[in-house]
Design a protein around this ligand. Structure first.
Ligand SMILES: NC(=O)C1=CN([C@@H]2O[C@H](COP(=O)(O)OP(=O)(O)OC[C@H]3O[C@@H](n4cnc5c(N)ncnc54)[C@H](OP(=O)(O)O)[C@@H]3O)[C@@H](O)[C@H]2O)C=CC1
Ligand SMILES: O=C1OC[C@@H](O)[C@H](O)[C@H]1O
Length: 394
């Protein structure tokens, strides 16, 4: 318990190292709820980065956010986002706008010559994501989709266990990210189709991402997909469940397994904004685990999407004699380092032209959106709308 408090204390009150002589200056588009944990706190703990400006559609909101977080500049009003992008002092942009605005403002930020860390999912469609990364490449700028969980040591450890062959040949993956009803309000950005909402976009993007990461390959097909909708939000999947088939693990990985004939892998992904109460009044617990089943056992990473807060990796194996062994591992890394802090470290390293401890390429982000779109198509709800913004690129 003491270590939990110490860890969380250091997350919210991180040590602030002496800054370098010219730290990277970040600007944030929108006074978004996620910005403090995902960018401001990691930057406070980084010697070579500083959050220099915030832009919000309302000046008072921008000022209040800047004051609260010790940010030097606050842009407000109708032109605030573009004003921030036009600020020559800013090197990099954090884009935590609603999903449906990721494409427009990432493209505009790249056009202004800024590196971009864009929140997940990177855009509404795979085609938008592809165009964003192609443009970043052309401009020689760093663009990263913020799948922070990938940078955390617990995620890497789970993958290491799977790749070691300890649980045999993988047969199934079950990835869930779902929260009980009563948390998400009707006016949340996640409930707006026009803003790129839906549980598959918001939470399903993680479940798909983690399954693809574990297998290290793209799915072959969507087998089943269904969505829970309501008459009040007909185009929003309050919940979505999809079953996809992946190819067997690559020979390099299956060589670590003693099983002779690896078979296709079935992955089930579940996301939900409002898990219904049991018997109408007992709230369900959040579902936040990814479980990988193999021919000789299982590995479960609980809370794969926010491992920094709390997680465990449960490994269960059964040998040829039927003897079952269980163990639990944890890997938080240094106290106070969230998955966002690891992600931030990698982003800054990349911008500085150094090799980050972990990275994933543009195709990874494009593929994630491709499969989100295929699942939406299979549910009958269709992709989220493409941006209609006019963007001037060079
Ligand atoms: N990596 C992670 O762990 C998480 C990632 N996210 C992602 O971050 C993004 C933002 O999520 P979250 O912080 O929860 O959202 P919020 O609603 O808290 O913030 C969204 C921001 O978008 C701005 N905005 C611009 N146009 C609109 C509009 N038309 N309607 C509403 N807001 C608008 C607002 O900025 P302004 O201040 O200018 O009004 C607002 O502050 C999403 O893409 C989400 O998927 C969210 C949570 C966790
Ligand atoms: O990490 C997260 O948890 C809750 C979600 O609604 C959010 O958008 C996601 O990124």
């Amino acid at each position: 318990m003491v270590s939990l408090f110490k860890r969380l204390y250091l997350v919210f009150y991180p040590p602030q190292p002496e800054p370098t002589s010219a730290p990277l200056k970040f600007g944030i588009l929108g006074a978004a709820g996620i910005a403090p944990i995902a960018l401001i706190l990691p930057a406070k703990n980084h010697a070579d980065a500083v959050v220099h400006a915030i832009a919000a559609r309302d000046q008072k909101r921008a000022d209040a956010f800047a004051k609260k977080h010790g940010i030097a500049k606050a842009y407000g009003g109708a032109t605030a986002y573009q004003d921030l992008l036009d600020d020559p002092e800013i090197d990099a942009i954090y884009n935590p706008l609603p999903n449906g605005l990721h494409y427009e403002w990432t493209m505009k930020a790249l056009a202004a010559g800024k590196h971009v860390l864009v929140e997940k999912p990177s855009a509404d469609t795979a085609d938008e994501t592809r165009r964003m990364f192609e443009y970043a490449e052309k401009k020689g700028l760093v663009l990263l989709e913020g799948f922070h969980y990938r940078f955390h040591p617990a995620t890497r450890r789970m993958k290491e266990i799977v790749d070691s062959g300890e649980i045999g040949t993988i047969t199934n993956i079950d990835a869930r990210m779902a929260i009980p009803s009563g948390i998400l309000k009707d006016n949340d950005i996640r409930m707006s189709y026009a803003l790129g909402g839906g549980s598959l976009m918001d939470m399903g993007c993680y479940t798909l991402s983690v399954a693809r990461y574990i297998v290290g390959a793209e799915p072959l097909r969507v087998v089943t997909a269904s969505a829970d909708t309501s008459s009040a939000f007909p185009r929003i999947d309050m919940g979505a469940t999809a079953t996809l088939v992946f190819p067997p693990l690559s020979p390099a990985l299956s060589a670590a397994s003693p099983d002779a004939t690896p078979s296709e892998i079935t992955a089930t992904m579940t996301s939900h904004f409002r898990l219904p109460a049991r018997l109408g009044f007992i709230p369900q617990l959040p579902q936040l685990a990814v479980r990988v089943t193999g021919t000789r056992g299982q590995v479960t990473l609980y809370n794969f999407s926010s491992p920094w807060l709390y997680h465990y990796i449960a490994v269960k194996t059964t040998d040829d004699k039927g003897v079952t062994k269980k163990r639990t591992e944890k890997d938080y890394g240094p106290d106070g380092w969230t998955s966002y802090r690891y992600q931030f470290e990698a982003f800054v390293e990349k911008v500085r032209g150094r090799v980050p401890h972990h990275w994933y390429d543009a195709q990874d982000s494009v593929s994630n959106l491709q499969w989100i779109e295929r699942i939406y198509e299979a549910t009958g709800l269709g992709s989220r709308p493409e941006s209609t913004a006019q963007i001037v690129t060079d």
